[in-house]
Design a binder for this molecule. Structure first.
Ligand code: CAA
Length: 690
């Protein structure tokens, strides 16, 4: 029939299997195969009932996302679903694994749905910048009511088989092999014990209050996003006659498809998977069951928490028993938080600590661990000493990793007898929540050690990105550069709150000054002091942050930074205005005004410029790795796809033009990276380097 869709006959029953590994995405071949199968079986009068199921690990995980952005090929899934729904004989869906997006819509086009335990259903389209475009916005409200359908469609949340049953999306939940269940369910249709009906024949109960509430909530919470609002409009159309509603859904779907947010969100989806494609992918990871964490501060405790949540056995080390107790207390608090967020069952919380956790002030307790992650404060000499001691303690084959944010992993490796077993594992705070993990590969790191870093990242639920050694690796190196622009903008005329507001308007959850306050101003201060020794005297230096710190104010944790905390919401710190005025006066700067667009343009251009250098230096493998770092570690707006995806929407020629224009004010900071100059000349994009 077709490679992607296979028909099997059993008397009056026809079983239709979707076979498009790995996730049975509803590609053109699947849609065409289904269309032809339905047509063939419709014409065959011996066939009395049809059951559709998925071969392999899942039903249908949705449309084939790789086809988005390309010219659409008929038959579109919406037409396939309508063809099934209006078929003159019963057709049912048997779903296991995932019935997501177009997969769930295919099931809704059938006359009954049987779920196999373990099934996950949902409409993730909104997370990809689109809406269910194959009838989902019209058929789901007919089964669940408008309110529940809005909740599913505007959030993209995924629910299990039991919840799907309660919501009315499926008719029963059972267990078994998909083909066997399909055969048995089809027989029940023949016997009349499994009822069938077309969803289009069900009336929708109008619910204007739910529509209004959803529209208002989204306008307040997600004003920058496009597709969630279109989802509400589409569901609102479900009270129309179904064919009119389907036509309206199609129109709105088309608008979403055209939106640049769709391209950004889909790029973000693929970035999470692209980063796993590394040169070391073929190497066999070492077994990691027991890990040691050195340092019970915020980072060390966060890393230990992440490992405990993933079921690993963890040893925590601190120098003094006081520091150790503080670390243990932080881990306990983190685990309580995990229980509240539904990540850990309450009855498991105590067991995790009693069975899998051991705290000690003796490094010798690390003799049998498989991997150690050092997370002490940022001092190369201290870290070198620790690595040297560990080298003499841990067993052969144990991996030594540093959670340093900036420091030289090669230098740490050189002080040990096992440089091939040393790498950086750079977590982001809070380490048990933030998804990014930079796996920093030093000159001598062995391929299987890199592969182990990625395997560990997967186990911890992180997005691991391969990075090379340099000051700050991928993320912090780029951050150190573009963060200066925020300071320059303030020195030249903007206020910190104007800069923050402009970047929040671009889509960052928080502006750079609010972020600095949250992270602790002392961290940036320490970095600036460390960098002072090798800072060029041509570089503009802004000391407003130093002034704030000198007064003992380090941001949120001390109640005061760029903002003052404690009231209903943070307010600008009045002292900062004075520091700015004094520094402008001292440097003879006359304040200019900057529009929000100008602020965003300078900030983003600096980010892209340094990202281009990181790429050119081979610190990141591909542009998409840099995008993933910013999406998963730096709160970059997902709908913009990442800094280099965004860069392509501007084009290299425009970036070069901007940098040259800014360079008239500061030719040291603003230099056209050679990669951007080359791309401007040959008209290429970052995407072509993925
Ligand atoms: N289209 C194309 N490729 C897909 C895909 C899809 N819908 N879903 C997954 N894949 C690919 C992945 O990119 C990955 O490819 P590589 O191995 O080459 O990297 C491979 O399938 C396996 O995917 P995962 O690594 O994610 O596997 P997993 O087992 O961890 O998760 C999953 C499986 C839960 C199905 C997950 O892949 C997922 O959530 N997929 C997206 C589902 C989705 O968003 N569907 C809606 C599509 S939009 C739609 O359907 C619109 C419409 O109305 C017509």
């Amino acid at each position: 029939m077709s490679d992607a869709v296979h028909i099997e006959r059993a008397g009056p029953i026809a079983l239709v299997a979707i076979q498009n590994p790995p996730v049975n995405a509803a590609s053109h071949a699947v849609r065409e195969g289904l269309w032809n199968a339905v047509e063939t079986l419709d014409a065959d009068s011996d066939v009395k009932v049809i059951a559709v199921y998925g071969s392999g690990r899942t039903f249908i995980a949705g449309a084939d996302i790789r086809e988005f952005g390309k010219p659409p090929q008929e038959p579109m899934l919406g037409r396939v679903c309508s063809k099934m729904e209006t078929l003159g004989k019963p057709i049912i869906a048997v779903c296991h694994g995932n019935a997501l997006g177009g997969g769930l819509e295919t099931a809704l086009g059938c006359h009954a749905r049987v779920a196999i335990d373990g099934l996950t259903v949902g409409f993730p389209e909104v997370t990809l910048g689109i809406l269910p475009g194959a009838g989902g916005t019209q058929r789901a409200p007919r089964l669940t009511g408008i309110k529940a359908a809005l909740d599913l469609i505007t959030t993209g949340k995924r629910v299990n088989a039991q919840t799907a049953l309660e919501l009315g999306l499926v008719d029963r939940v059972t267990t078994g092999d998909p083909r066997d269940v399909a055969l048995a369910a089809a027989q029940e249709v023949l016997y009349g014990t499994l009822k069938t009906r077309a969803v289009r024949d069900i009336d929708v109960e109008p619910d204007d209050a739910a529509i209004d509430a959803a529209a208002k909530a989204l306008a307040a919470k997600q004003p920058l996003l496009f597709s969630p609002h279109k989802c509400v409009e589409a569901v609102a159309a479900s009270t129309m006659p179904i064919d009119d509603g389907l036509a309206r859904e199609r129109e709105l779907f088309g608008e979403c498809m055209e939106s640049p947010q769709r391209a950004g969100l889909i790029h973000a989806f693929f970035s999470e998977r692209a980063v796993t494609k590394i040169p070391e992918a073929g190497a066999t990871p070492r077994k990691i069951e027991k890990i040691g964490v050195i340092g019970g501060g915020t980072m060390g405790s966060g890393i230990a928490t992440a490992a405990l949540l993933a079921g690993l056995s963890v040893r925590l080390n601190e120098q003094s028993s006081e520091a150790l107790s503080r670390g243990v207390a932080t881990i306990e608090k983190n685990l309580e938080g995990a229980v509240k967020r539904g990540k850990l069952a309450e009855d498991k919380r105590r067991a995790v600590l009693d069975v899998n956790f051991h705290a000690s002030t003796e490094l010798s307790d690390f003799a049998d661990v498989d991997l150690v992650i050092e997370a002490v404060f940022e001092d190369l000499d201290v870290k070198k000493t620790i690595f040297k001691s560990l080298d003499g303690i841990v067993k052969d084959g144990a991996i030594l990793a540093s959670n340093t944010s900036y420091l030289d992993i090669n230098a740490l490796a050189a002080g040990t007898s096992r440089p091939a077993d040393v790498m950086g594992l750079h977590f982001f705070s809070p380490a048990h929540i933030m998804r990014l993990l930079e796996v920093v590969v030093a000159d001598k790191t062995a391929p299987e050690v890199v592969a182990t870093g990625f395997a560990l990242g997967k186990k911890l639920g992180k997005v691991a990105v391969r990075a090379g050694v340099c000051d700050g690796f991928i993320g912090n190196r780029i951050l150190s550069h573009y963060r200066k622009v925020a300071d320059y903008l303030v020195l030249d005329g903007a206020t910190p709150q104007e800069v923050d507001a402009a970047l929040e308007g671009f889509g960052f959850a928080m502006g750079p000054f609010a972020v600095s306050d949250l992270a602790g101003l002392d961290i940036g201060w320490a970095t600036r002091k460390r960098q002072a020794a090798f800072r060029s005297n041509q570089e503009r230096y802004v000391s407003i942050g130093d002034r704030i710190c000198e007064g003992g104010n380090f941001g949120r944790k001390t109640g005061k930074g760029y903002y003052v905390y404690g009231g209903d919401k943070p307010v600008p710190n009045p002292d900062v205005e004075g520091f700015i005025a004094a520094e402008r006066a001292e440097k003879g700067i006359t304040a200019k005004t900057f529009t929000a667009d100008e602020i965003v343009d300078r900030y983003m251009t600096a980010m892209i410029a340094e990202a281009a250098r990181v790429l050119d230096d081979g610190i990141a493998l591909r542009p998409i790795d840099i995008d993933a770092v910013f999406l998963f570690g730096y709160g970059f707006p997902r709908f913009r796809g990442g800094p280099l995806h965004y860069a392509d929407t501007l084009g290299a020629a425009e970036l070069k033009r901007r940098i040259e224009a800014y360079a008239r004010e500061d030719s040291y900071f603003w230099q056209v990276p050679s990669l951007i100059a080359q791309m401007a000349e040959d008209g290429t994009t970052f995407a072509s380097r993925n």
